[in-house]
Design a protein around this ligand. Structure first.
Ligand code: PLP
Length: 454
């Protein structure tokens, strides 16, 4: 089938770029180095990110009548790096932010207020006031937040489009901690609770400035039909509210993000085209052009394009189990370490020169540098036997891994480099985040306040 061939080609292309980048990272001293000075580095495949952004934009453009307003707002929490936001902005994307820090990153990347969306379940009055002053779109999470907005909107006119987030309560996916649409999820107004629907219709009728509805019903572990069901509920509610209003009060639907990612191979499945097809099947009217759309994808835009490269410092055998002690652990694969069954990662073995390593597979534990026994990226993984100086690659880590650093053991945030393959087949790296230095760790740990507790 043509589609499968296309996917395989994408996967092969991504794998080929990765192997070139690993070798070049060693040759150019980004990892390895004399005396093992560079034990860990993170890489982002710029062409891959651009291809995913184009695939997302293309899938919606192909399904919507020309001229339908669409904003693809990248969920900043997936990869909160200013150069990433800037790269996506250059591809026409905006930002979905959920904290003052994320908003500051979006602004630092030059993302315009009208291309920024603020969601978060616990916005302070100060955050709301700032968002309204800037004209950023705001989605209210709950009734109390809506009451706060009543007061703010009455006090000062705003250009901000304002909506309400709903929880369609359509059910959980495979990972409970990431399921937003359960009966008791903390997010949004619960649509199926007694009286909620009538309250929502009234809330809009009483507030002509409410023009949007929002849901984010997908996430890793949620199958496409379940995501689509949440969006269908959103659309049906918008139609009901607009019918009650006797007009098009709701003009924009924010359908969230949450497309799952394949962590098992280089195949990028499901695709955005499959996502749009699932939505078209479940809620065809979403694509008739009567609503503008906002999307908020994070993981599916970045995950496949990130790679961790870590040196194997030592190897040992304990209780008959070979163990490779590496520099990649809980600080950059926090979910994998604490919930290994839900977040398995692939481990790609390379030798010290950055060449893919072959050999008879032996079950090995891949351990990180942190001081607790559970700091393992993989247990009894069948790999060619690793030796000190070899490298392990951890692919699919472009979202929520090294961009969501966990400061255990004061392990530093590693450097992140973007890479592009040049027309001559070389690899061009650009620094996208410097490594955190020991001096920065001290400064952030109260170094200037040394005597504060004496
Ligand atoms: C996390 C989040 C997203 C992005 O989810 P992904 O699974 O990374 O696509 C979008 N919208 C909201 C409200 C979120 O909390």
């Amino acid at each position: 089938m043509a589609v499968e061939t296309h996917t395989a080609t994408d996967a092969e292309g991504a794998a080929a770029r990765r192997d070139l980048a690993v070798r070049a990272a060693v040759e150019q001293g980004l990892v390895g180095g004399a005396e093992g000075s560079e034990p860990l580095v993170c890489l982002l495949d710029v062409a891959g990110i651009q291809a995913s952004a184009a695939a997302l934009a293309g899938a919606f453009a192909a399904a919507l009548p020309p001229g339908t307003p669409v904003l693809h707002a990248f969920a900043v929490k997936a990869a909160p790096l200013v150069p990433v936001l800037r790269l996506l902005a250059a591809a026409g994307f905006g930002c979905e932010v959920a904290s003052p820090g994320e908003l500051a990153l979006a602004r630092a990347a030059g993302v315009a207020p009208e291309r920024t969306v603020l969601d978060s379940p616990a916005k302070t009055p100060a955050e709301l006031r700032e968002a309204l002053a800037l004209g950023i779109a705001v989605n209210a999470d709950n009734r109390q937040e809506l009451e706060r907005l009543d007061a703010l909107v009455a006090a000062v006119p705003t250009a901000s489009p304002i909506g309400i987030r709903i929880n369609p309560q359509t059910g959980a996916g495979a990972i409970d901690a990431l399921s937003t649409a359960t009966a008791t999820s903390k997010f949004g107004v619960p649509l199926r609770d007694p009286g909620a629907r009538a309250w929502l219709v009234r809330a809009f009728a009483e507030r002509p400035w409410l023009t949007r509805l929002h849901t984010h019903s997908g996430s890793q572990g949620v199958p496409l039909p379940l995501i689509a069901q949440g969006v269908r509920e959103l659309h049906a509610l918008a139609e009901e509210i607009n019918a009650a209003a006797g007009g098009r009060q709701i003009d924009t639907l924010d359908i969230g993000g949450g497309l799952p990612v394949n962590f098992a191979s280089d195949e990028q499945t499901p695709t955005y085209a499959e996502y749009v097809a699932a939505l078209r099947g479940a809620v065809p009217a979403l694509f008739d052009g009567s609503y503008g759309l906002v999307t908020e994808f994070g993981r599916s835009l970045l995950a496949k394009h990130g790679l961790v490269l870590a040196r194997v410092e030592y190897t040992k055998t304990t209780g008959g189990r070979p163990i490779a002690l590496t520099h990649a652990g809980v600080q950059l694969a926090t979910r994998t370490v604490y919930a290994p069954a839900a977040w398995p990662v692939r481990i790609l073995p390379y030798d010290a020169k950055g060449t893919p390593k072959t050999g008879t597979p032996v079950p090995q534990d891949i351990a990180g540098p942190a001081c607790f026994a559970g700091d393992l990226l993989a247990t009894a993984r069948e790999l060619p036997e690793l030796s000190p100086g070899d490298l392990i690659g951890v692919p699919d880590t472009g979202a929520y891994f090294f961009t969501a650093h966990y400061g255990y053991n004061s392990l530093p945030r590693p450097a992140v480099h973007g890479f592009r393959i040049t027309p001559g087949g070389g690899v061009h790296f650009t620094l996208a985040r410097p490594a955190q230095s020991p001096a920065q760790i001290v400064a952030e740990a109260g170094g200037a306040l040394r005597d504060a507790l004496l």
